[in-house]
Design a protein around this ligand. Structure first.
Ligand SMILES: NC(=O)c1ccc[n+]([C@@H]2O[C@H](COP(=O)([O-])OP(=O)(O)OC[C@H]3O[C@@H](n4cnc5c(N)ncnc54)[C@H](OP(=O)(O)O)[C@@H]3O)[C@@H](O)[C@H]2O)c1
Length: 289
């Protein structure tokens, strides 16, 4: 059972969500620490390449704040239009040349000299594991990164690093809106390598609480009934469902300080077995086989 506090995700801090000012981000980060969350999830593409700089500005405003956080940084998605990316659409680039530039840029915009975990954001079939491993070891020796992780890597993708480089974590989508990793081998393959699972979009990006969606409407009766029985609320039950999966840490998506204490409590309070299955069945719309 998971007893680990969640991470706080930064994806919705800026232009892709709440459009917080640096002072508001600093307030949110202090509230996270007060609630027991000391790990921040970052990615260079968030906010269209603006959110790392927003977090950096928040760190600069509050001396001592950065030192209290562990940072998980993701790189590897290219979105910027350039002479060869004439479509301007995203693609993945895990070449060492790109990783090197993207890590430098992440450290510079965050205003930090290292991150605790560096993750490859998406699997790139063109990746060369030996080159990446050599580059990661260099970066570790130079103190720019701590552990190495991946994100959205399925069982086959994560296996590419077997015997080459230890993988500390795999950040994947996992919720009552997306449980495929529990059935397709992704979750099991991650744990088999001793890596931690970090579950993104635990509320399905908010759709699981929205009765205007088909899934939200299907889940609502079960969530409301169970919330009454457990003396909690639907959002907490959804977070508890994810956090109950072994060795799985939730990546919270809220940009509101007032939600954090309840969220941390939920993520450290596993659901009983029968309640976990009852919610899964409600989301599936039919019993497990
Ligand atoms: N590795 C990847 O490829 C990947 C992909 C996507 C996301 N992520 C990471 O995962 C993090 C979480 O993803 P997510 O933002 O989609 O998470 P989520 O928790 O599924 O969705 C968060 C959204 O739900 C809303 N919400 C509505 N009611 C809420 C309630 N009662 N409690 C909490 N939130 C409520 C939040 O609004 P409020 O702000 O008003 O609370 C926010 O807009 C991201 O910040 C990012 O760090 C990683």
């Amino acid at each position: 059972m998971s007893t680990c506090p969640p991470l706080l995700g930064s994806m919705r801090f800026g232009d892709w969500g709440a459009r917080l000012a640096p002072r508001e981000v600093a307030d949110l980060l202090e509230a996270a620490l007060d609630a027991g969350v000391d790990t921040l999830d970052l990615a260079d593409i968030y906010g269209g390449h603006t959110t790392n700089a927003l977090v950096g500005a928040a760190f600069a405003l509050r001396p001592g704040l950065r030192a209290r956080f562990r940072l998980v940084a993701k790189i590897g998605i290219v979105t910027t239009a350039n002479p060869i990316n004439t479509r301007g659409l995203p693609y993945y680039d895990l070449s060492v040349a790109h990783l090197d530039d993207a890590l430098d840029e992440s450290l510079r915009t965050l205003g930090v000299d290292h991150v605790d975990t560096l993750m490859l954001h998406r699997f790139d079939p063109l990746l060369r594991v030996d080159e990446i491993a050599a580059w990661v070891l260099d970066q570790q020796r130079e103190g720019h990164i701590g552990t190495f992780g991946v994100s959205n890597f399925d069982a086959h993708a994560i296996a590419r690093f077997d015997g080459v480089l230890p993988v500390a974590a795999n950040q994947i989508e996992l919720s009552l809106a997306h449980w495929a990793p529990l059935e397709d081998g992704t979750h099991g393959a991650t744990l088999a390598r001793g890596a931690e699972v970090q579950a993104w979009s635990p509320l399905g990006g908010g759709q699981l609480l929205d009765v205007g969606t088909q899934l939200g409407a299907r889940l609502q009766p079960a969530l409301n009934a169970m919330a009454g029985e457990f003396g909690t609320d639907p959002a907490s039950l959804l977070l508890r469902w994810v956090a109950t999966v072994p060795r799985t840490r939730v990546v919270l998506g809220t940009a509101r300080a007032d939600r954090l204490a309840d969220a941390v409590l939920a993520c450290t309070t596993p659901l009983p077995h029968d309640a976990w299955y009852a919610l899964w069945e409600a989301a599936r719309g039919h019993p497990v086989p």
